[in-house]
Design a protein around this ligand. Sequence first.
Ligand SMILES: Cc1ncc(COP(=O)(O)O)c(C=O)c1O
Length: 400
Amino acid sequence: MTFLSATLSRVKPSPTIAVTAKAQELKAAGHDVIGLGAGEPDFDTPQNIKDAAARAMDAGKTKYTAVDGIIELKQAICAKFLRDNELSYTPDQVSVGTGGKQILYNALMATMNPGDEVVIAAPYWVSYPDMVLLAGGTPVIATASSQTNYKLTADQLEAAITPKTKWFIFNSPSNPTGAGYNREELKELTDVLMRHPHVWVMTDDMYEHLMYDDFEFFTPAQIEPRLYERTLTCNGVSKAYAMTGWRIGYAAGPKELIGAMRKIQSQSTSNPCTISQWAAVEALNGPQDFLVENNKMFVRRRNLVVEMLSAIEGMTCPVPEGAFYVYPSIGGLIGKSTPDGTVIENDEIFATKLLEDTGVAVVFGAAFGLSPNFRVSYATSDEALTQACKRIQTFCTTLT
Ligand SMILES: Cc1ncc(COP(=O)(O)O)c(C=O)c1O
């Protein structure tokens, strides 16, 4: 339809949202569905955060705020970066948006010119390539391998960089693999970036607090302080604080870039929800001890899922360092058939048949740029996970 923008034809809707919607639809129609597609914790926002929001409303904090965030939240964000990441920022280097998604989108919209390239490691969070396309740039995919547990190597990054590269988007722990880069692995990547001074780093640290087994989190500008001037450090309260619906994300970086992002936000959404901003102040400044308890629960669930899926012949499931996803490979199942004669030619067919035949909703690997795999979100109850993994086991054993 010519009425619609030509840019739109270059992008696709988010497949993870599509899977969640399909699962909900089947559930509403009375099917016994277990959704392992959603990228959000199953527990409630902590009470102290909800109380802070209620207090803000009672105090009449229900009006517009400064476009990219109240000073109290910017100060809390600066304190967080210093406390957790040894990064020193001032409030005028901070931008607050409607979720991490808007922050990344603003940054790309503020910097992309036709022909500009953005290096993205696959498997990637589904939105990165499409956001780059919407902003008029060109995504360049550097594919990591299962041999490195889906972490990009220095050589792979080096090979993807060209004179046109503007950004390298980095995400650890990763959605969809849960892979976390340790200090040495990250240093190898930052060494490459030091050799290419025209490349900026957009680091998406959304899963920073969801790291397991004593794994230590690092962010690029912390490992290589000389990258500070060309790094946008992005984060948000959605995942760690179970605040996906509150829509608060933030970033810190060079003032000029932050100002350009503000300009875009000022002509699109204006400030993120005022009440949510006050809730985020409490999330960042308030007690953090519940994170330890939540992580214990996530480790237990991760181990449960990895163990049950690894037991399946034809499936390999690496143990991820963080986030709440596993990304098993189904290399050994490709080419097999279901009892009704459907050939599992790829991971999309696998996920479709799995949902239709067993009611288990997962997201197929092609959506994240690496096949044949699928993503399981284990941010749901132990009972649901056990039941879902049993169904996946049964489904796979019926393949011939
Ligand atoms: C890697 C990554 N970055 C950013 C986001 C967006 O977070 P938000 O809900 O704050 O927009 C997500 C959400 O799924 C994510 O997985």
